[in-house]
Design a protein around this ligand. Structure first.
Ligand SMILES: [Zn+2]
Length: 344
């Protein structure tokens, strides 16, 4: 049987239209202007302007004392009729240290939403950071955990790992919006909530995530300068090979018009000069057909921005020998350096 696939044609088309907003680093003035214009363009592409305003109506649902930290369950309203539940893990003595650094940890796929981020045995990053004096915020993504749409809500163990990203993406497209934009909006509303907390130092807020959580981290930090330091794992590679040519990826990865605007390294350059930590696994199949070559090409673009800003030591690229996994070697030191020890 013959097959008439679209992939080859799409790949060629990508080469013709890609990166109208490619990094411009001819001078610091041109670079700053590029950052402003590119942020505006990406905000339009992901449809942030279509999100509805609402008051936060923040509510604590319950709290309990754990070993070395408080675990609180909260919810805020991010849009009319849209609610986001999240955990806050707080150092046990948070009342005595009013200016704690904060960390947002968005989850990736297959974690039962925020639940997979707050595991204690062995302690995941969220628990480890809370025990080290950070206030850690772990939200449910839209369509994950407590936010699943009805086809995925049945609560069997298998179902907990399912998400409704496809359903939400398909509902959003007709409004000129997309899943990613809705999630970035929710995380910006979480930052609004964090802004209202007296026990957090608003100049020391970080964000860290793996895979889908790494995608949200890099986009949130690129578009919202309230994020002072960012760490992304398993989500930094050229879009053509890793997104266009891997169309079986979850639909939440796709943004209308993105190919024509930027590549991943350009998004990384929007975070400059704020500290950025990138982790890659050598055997990660999501790196695309050329593997690490498709990763280095993007890190190189981002590095140009940090070099121009004379802040090369604020960009770290850590490569491990594994696949699609968050090892986080040096991650705690990275945030301690910039968010705790005042190097910002
Ligand atoms: Zn997804």
């Amino acid at each position: 049987m013959n097959y008439f696939s679209s992939l080859e044609s799409m790949s060629k088309k990508y080469d013709k239209i890609s990166r109208a907003y490619a990094l411009r680093d001819d001078s610091t003035e041109i670079f700053s202007k590029w950052q402003r214009e590119t942020r505006k363009k990406l905000i339009r592409l992901i449809g942030l302007e279509g999100c509805g305003k609402s008051s936060l109506n923040a509510k604590m649902r319950w709290k309990e004392k754990r070993e070395g930290y408080w675990k609180e369950s909260w919810m805020i309203q991010t849009e009319p009729e849209i609610y986001m539940p999240f955990y806050i893990l707080k150092p046990i003595d948070v009342q005595n240290i009013p200016d704690s650094p904060a960390l947002i940890i968005p989850h990736g796929h297959g974690t039962n939403g925020k639940e997979g981020m707050v595991t204690e045995d062995p302690p995941g990053f969220a628990v480890s950071f809370a025990r080290k004096g950070y206030c850690v915020f772990c939200p449910d993504g839209r369509g994950d955990g407590e936010r699943r749409e009805f086809p995925q809500q049945e609560d069997s163990e298998n179902r907990q790992l399912l998400n409704s990203h496809r359903e939400i993406q398909q509902m959003a497209l007709g409004f000129g919006q997309c899943y990613l934009g809705l999630m970035i909006w929710d995380l910006m509303r979480l930052l609004d909530f964090i802004d209202s907390l007296s026990y957090v130092d608003h100049n020391r807020i970080g964000c860290a995530g793996m895979s889908g959580g790494g995608q949200l981290t890099i986009w949130l930090a690129a578009l919202d300068e309230r994020v002072q330091a960012a760490a992304t794992s398993g989500y930094f590679y050229g879009m053509k090979e890793s997104l266009l040519e891997l169309p079986q990826n979850c639909s939440c990865n796709y943004v209308p018009g993105l190919w024509g605007a930027v590549d991943m390294g350009d998004i990384g350059a929007l975070i400059c000069p704020r500290p950025l930590w990138i982790e890659s696994g050598e055997k990660d199949p999501l790196n695309g057909k050329h593997g690490m070559k498709n990763v280095y090409s993007q890190v190189q673009i981002t590095r140009r921005a940090y070099k121009l800003s004379d802040q090369e030591d604020r960009l770290k690229h850590v490569v491990h020998s594994g696949a699609h996994e968050w090892r986080g070697q040096g991650l705690i030191d990275f945030f301690d350096d910039f968010l705790k020890d005042g190097r910002l």
